[in-house]
Design a protein around this ligand. Structure first.
Ligand code: ZN
Length: 249
């Protein structure tokens, strides 16, 4: 069954001129980064609705920074897995044109993907909310108690979208442009429940595009939105799908 679906997915991708990918936390779990809703790891100790909420940052930045340093330590040692690498290879072969990721872990970029829209920002950047200066989040930045802006001394915030914050407008516009051109959307490792990224598969569908879903378990898009659902670990399925797409050429 999955083989037949895989063949079909490969043929849809092979025929398309504009394939995009929407990725979520599930793709990075095999790299050692636990998903918010997943079991175990960091989120057992830190409730994301508290520690990734802008209100908490404004009220108690020190508390958030203690957590951010732990998150950084986890993310900075993570390596891309075969799912990230397969997507990057599809981009090199000019199949995947763009990756819209909800992840902040930089793993698509580490795998070599060039055209990545960071829907929820990037943990490796820091931003000053007052003067908008950007800084690099590295070991130097996490040494001090609270990283501060060199220009205005405000406490820096990781340049990621916290709960309670909107997606930055330029990012949203860029994503909309990609979605409008997308003929085939690969949905990888996301349950499509966090707005507004969750609306992307629906938009592609409305534009008469095809949606291919790769997730470990069925999601809200499996029944009515996805044309094909390949259930299983993305790090196994994507390399196989890649091979099948390459065999078509
Ligand atoms: Zn500043």
């Amino acid at each position: 069954m999955i083989n037949k679906s895989m063949e079909k997915a490969a043929s849809i991708i092979g025929r398309s001129n504009y394939v995009s990918c929407l990725s979520g936390a599930g793709i990075s779990v095999p790299s050692g980064i636990p998903a918010f809703r997943g079991e175990g790891g960091l989120w057992d100790c830190y409730d994301p609705m508290e520690y990734a909420h802008i209100y908490t940052f404004q009220k108690d930045p020190e508390k958030i920074w203690l957590f951010m340093k732990e998150l950084y330590n986890l993310v900075s040692i993570a390596e891309p897995n075969n799912a990230h690498i397969a997507i990057s290879t599809l981009e090199q072969k000019d199949k995947v044109k763009s990756v819209i990721t909800q992840n902040i872990d930089n793993l698509h970029q580490k795998a070599g993907s060039k055209n990545v829209i960071e829907f929820h920002g990037n943990l490796y950047r820091l931003v000053c909310l007052r003067c908008k200066n950007l800084y690099q989040f590295d070991n130097q930045a996490i040494k001090g108690c609270l990283p501060k802006c060199g220009a205005c001394s405000s406490v820096l915030k990781p340049d990621i979208v916290f709960f309670g914050e909107a997606i930055p407008r330029p990012v949203h516009i860029k994503a909309k442009e990609v979605v409008a051109q997308t003929e085939v959307l690969l949905v990888v490792g996301t349950s499509c429940t966090v707005v507004p990224a969750s609306s992307i598969p629906f938009e592609v569908k409305r534009n008469k595009g095809k949606v291919i879903e790769i997730n470990v378990t069925p999601t809200i898009i499996s029944d009515h939105v996805a044309d094909i659902t390949l259930l299983g670990p993305a790090e196994d399925i994507l390399p196989e799908l890649l091979d099948k797409v390459l065999m078509l050429h």
